[in-house]
Design a protein around this ligand. Structure first.
Ligand SMILES: N=C(N)NCCCC[C@H](N)C(=O)O
Ligand SMILES: O=C(O)CCC(=O)C(=O)O
Ligand SMILES: [Fe+2]
Length: 357
């Protein structure tokens, strides 16, 4: 398996060199590969007011634009989060899922727990079908009543396993780094859309919400068992940290083909969510993806979702409407309250969850 995986990585690297040799951006080949973007030049300048004038930033911004337009998924490397942390997060997640059910059920998800905590295999539904995964769901914590009636559904503290002990601290550190990284990538995306770096940091993102799903997919060795059914993500930007030694995530390209997101060690897979579709006036669309773990091995994935304010009334930003005018017939949703969108999704995902199952 490992040898196979290395081969895949080498093929990938070779393909990249080949495209480079031909002086064609690899992003033109979305038919079989997702683009890889080294964002280190962006991060080096992302706190400078005049970052847009930097040649390195301009190059990254061009790549982000192509990737977001053409596929909505890309690998991020040069992101500054250490391999050690990325790997530790996955290792400790494996350890948790290896615990006996009774142990995991100590932090069981229920409606009164604000839909936070551990869910057994079969609890999660996508498009009316059971998903073959178990997970811990976490949401940014907020004071009771802060987000009114809509927010009530998700009220409560996150439920962290007592075992392994340092898990909570590790994940909280990780969430902090993912939050900063997402904001910085969005500065690049804001430039890519023709705005200043800060278009998303106005009233939509004063108090950004986040979601984290810690997911485990049993190895079933069967093509027709769906780990997670096809969906788009709900918010702005997702950062996926997946096991290095099996390919399970698949992304739908413009031709309607499913492209495997082959792991690249140390990278994040980054994809855009429904709120970015609206804010960008439909220029960047959230992309359908699904998960099939047809390897015999257990797979973990930690997905961090960076969102707008919970109560943001999300609509196309004026600046992007100006830069990218669209016809009235455009399919882009005109306006949505992010928290409402999220709650609708949570309630359909867990429609069969009862208090004492
Ligand atoms: N926060 C995110 N993206 N979660 C995705 C979970 C999988 C899809 C979900 N069951 C659904 O039906 O939407
Ligand atoms: O397991 C994965 O690679 C992706 C999971 C996912 O798409 C999600 O939880 O939204
Ligand atoms: Fe997803």
């Amino acid at each position: 398996m490992v040898i196979y995986h290395r081969k895949v990585v080498f093929t990938y690297v070779r393909a990249k060199r080949f495209y480079h040799f031909l002086n064609i951006e690899m992003v033109t080949d979305f038919k079989s590969l997702l683009p890889v973007i080294d964002i280190s030049p962006l991060l080096a300048k992302c706190d400078d007011f005049d970052m847009a004038e930097d040649a390195g930033v301009v190059e990254v911004v061009g790549k982000l634009d192509r990737a977001c337009r053409d596929v909505g998924f890309f690998y991020v490397i040069g992101h500054g989060i250490s391999d050690d942390l990325i790997n530790k997060v996955k290792e400790m997640t494996h350890q948790f899922f290896e615990l006996p059910y009774e142990e995991k059920l100590k932090i069981k998800i229920t409606p009164t727990a604000g839909y936070r905590g551990y869910q057994r295999i079969g609890v999660n539904f996508t498009s009316g079908k059971q998903d073959m995964h178990e997970a811990i769901d976490c949401y940014r914590e907020f004071k009771q009543g802060k987000h009114g009636d809509i927010g009530k559904v998700l009220e409560g503290p996150n439920q962290w396993p007592g075992n392994p002990q340092e898990y909570k601290d590790l994940m909280e550190e990780y969430i902090k780094l993912c939050t900063d990284l997402s904001r910085n990538i969005l500065r690049g995306i804001s430039l890519a859309l023709g705005g200043s770096p800060y278009e998303f940091e106005g009233k939509m993102l004063r108090d950004p919400f986040w979601v984290m799903r810690i997911i485990g997919y049993p190895g079933v060795n069967q093509e027709n068992v769906i780990g997670c059914g096809a969906h788009t993500d709900y918010g702005l930007l997702t950062l996926i940290n997946q096991d290095d030694d099996k390919t399970a995530l698949q992304v739908k390209n413009v031709d309607g083909d499913w492209i495997p997101a082959i792991p690249i060690p140390g990278s994040f897979i980054c994809n855009i969510g429904d709120m970015l579709t609206i804010l960008s006036n439909g220029v960047y669309q959230s992309t359908l993806h699904k998960v099939i773990n047809n390897s015999p091995k257990y797979r973990v994935c930690v997905a961090f979702f960076y969102e707008t304010n919970f109560e943001a009334e999300v609509e196309p930003l004026d600046i992007f409407k100006e830069k990218h005018p669209r016809k009235e017939t455009s399919q882009v949703a005109k306006r949505v309250v992010y928290g409402q969108h999220l709650i609708n999704k949570v309630l359909t995902t867990f429609a069969n969850l009862v208090e004492n199952s």
